[in-house]
Design a protein around this ligand. Sequence first.
Ligand SMILES: *Cc1c(COP(=O)(O)O)cnc(C)c1O
Length: 415
Amino acid sequence: MKPLGPIPPHFPAQGADLLIAGRPARAWAQEHGTPLFVYDAAVVRARVAQLRAALPPAMRLHYAVKANPFGPLLALLAGLVDGFDIASAGELALITAQGIDPARAGFAGPGKRDAEIAAAIAAGVTLHCESAREVERALALGEAVGRRPALAVRVNPDFDLRGSGMKMGGGARPFGVDAEQVPPLARRIVASGAEWRGFHIFAGSQALDAQAVIATQAATLDLALRLAHEAQVPLPALNLGGGFGIPYFPGDMPLDLDAVGAALAQRLAEHGPALHGTRLTVELGRYLVGEAGVYLARVVERKESRGEVFLVTDGGLHHQLAASGNFGTVVRRNYPLALANRMDAPADEVASVVGCLCTPLDRLADRAALPKGAEGDVVAVCCAGAYGATASPAAFLGHGPAVEILAENGLPSAG
Ligand SMILES: *Cc1c(COP(=O)(O)O)cnc(C)c1O
């Protein structure tokens, strides 16, 4: 038997039902069909409020669109966060489709094509340049489109975020400019007459250890100030990365956000005037939306094979690659999962919950203790709000995409 991850407290049980945005999961499934993603707007709002309360007031909050680019969610976040981090011209189009001003966006990511760079510059997006070559291309494309580009340098730091699920800095990376090569490049940008937007330093993702986040933020501030000093350029803006994690797995404890906020406030105070005039940003994806989302699938069949029980659902890794353990995890562990219409029944059976794809990888829960499940039951996978629908191979095997809805106080808003 393998334990399941923790169901977030904002999805309580009421009798037999798991409630999502105050409404039984089976009512959502009945109304919209399965497989279905439900994102609870109230949970996103509460998370932003928590961040605003914990982080120093000067800290700006960005949303990393790749975590979940669902239109109604972007529209909700437009009124809650200070800016957006995009990673492609496609994501630029998604935010502008929601009426979001591209001047609020930063564009990071390796392999930006000329057309993407040109579109971003024309729209007033800040480019987070990943190489010296990209800087030269951006300067040339700025001339071509007749607009002064706003350029920041993405720095590949000489450290990474300890304990992070996905390391994005330290060592040799396709992301960012190696720290030791940054000062001349920063000087080059300033001398070119481009709008200088400072540094972007992203050291890793999915960290639950507050001390690791605190140490990384301190090292990031030090590195940015040192690079600006060495380059003899001002530091108008610094994107400190993010990496705040959420509890997916058994034993995971939530990040101590208050500790992170207090330490950051103290570091800013210690640096004093050195950071006056620097616009500071943290960029978060999963921390803003991950726990707000639930993936609902229906049990098509209950099946026994050589003494093991399988609940075969109409969902699977084509929407939930991460829950299946195939999106950046080394050891497969169970996500938080429940039989959403049997919350009051004892977990007295060991069963595996699988998807409808013909691959042994398609497993939403592996040998978990669950109530005795049956055909028609509704399976809820929690922590499904980030890296779900668009980070999964929806075209694989032709079942098609899942329905997505944003729930506002128990009412869906248009998808
Ligand atoms: C993916 C990414 C993020 C978001 O990561 P989360 O773990 O979802 O918070 C932020 N910044 C950059 C540069 C990224 O590539």
